[in-house]
Write a protein that binds this ligand. Structure first.
Ligand code: MF3
Ligand code: CO
Length: 250
């Protein structure tokens, strides 16, 4: 069941999302060769708490950290570790969630570590463009799969594949609510988009094949063919003033 949100509820999701955006902006400055993903996680947790919010992922179904940090062939849900030190040429997906007064915000970016290959830079660019195309479909009267189709068209148009085992989601009083937001599909299907709808749209795009697997830590999702993968995510609301991307740093 899709839970549409009031203007007051969207304001709280916006507050949580603002903390997420600020955290990502802060982490951009910290990502460099030599830093460990555990360093980033500690900095992020301190930052979120200082902003008066709480990390959304820590404790969620037993997840142990504030961030998901997914390096190179890791797709999503990489667990920060003091043993994982970033190296020049890596790419790192950083996924952040925060809670303010019981409402969630959720966003992710993929960042280059120092100078990266043209192939890695292109993957990052196209995955972000796929998210932008999905966001552009968030309009009253469109259907849910218009978002999915737009994401898939951009990613596959560049010869990449989209991950199908994980999807975006509604968000509000829970991190994951209905509807699921796949990153693939035919246009013109699924529920119509209405005022009060709040979604986390999150394309995961692989250079190689779409198949993924989960490592023995039970969380880290990697590409089966070990090809590079990128992930971007925004929380977006359909308000009475139209669509608003809530996790964009102002
Ligand atoms: N943005 C991710 C998602 O929506 C974050 C979940 S990580 C978890 O799936 F640890 F909280 F599960
Ligand atoms: Co999400």
């Amino acid at each position: 069941m899709i839970i549409l949100k009031s203007a007051q509820e969207i304001e709280l999701i916006a507050q949580a999302s603002r903390v997420v955006a600020l955290t990502i902006a802060f982490l951009r400055e910290q990502v460099k060769p030599g830093v460990t993903t555990a360093d980033l996680d500690r900095l992020a947790e301190e930052f979120i708490l200082r902003e008066g919010a709480r990390p959304a992922f820590k404790g969620y179904r037993g997840y142990p950290a504030t961030l998901c940090t997914s390096v190179n062939e890791e797709v999503v849900h990489g667990i920060p570790s003091p043993k994982k030190r970033l190296r020049e040429g890596d790419i790192i997906g950083i996924d952040v969630g925060a809670i303010v007064e019981g409402y969630y915000g959720d966003a992710a970016v993929t960042l280059p570590v120092g100078r990266v290959s043209d192939a890695a830079a292109r993957l990052i660019e196209v995955t972000e463009a796929a998210l932008t195309a999905g966001l552009a479909q968030v309009k009253v009267g469109n259907r849910l799969s218009d978002i999915s189709h737009a994401v898939q068209t951009v990613a596959e148009g560049e010869g990449y594949s989209v991950v199908t085992d994980f999807v975006g989601h509604g968000i509000g009083r829970n991190l994951h609510e209905d509807p699921q937001v796949p990153n693939f599909g035919k246009p013109g299907e699924g529920p119509r988009l209405k005022e009060g709808l709040v979604l986390a749209i999150e394309p995961m795009v692989n250079v190689g094949k779409h198949e993924v697997e989960v490592l023995s830590d039970r969380w880290t999702v990697v590409t089966r063919d070990k090809s590079l993968s990128a992930h971007f995510e925004h929380t977006v609301a359909l308000t009475s003033d139209g669509p608003k991307v809530l996790t964009r740093a102002a």
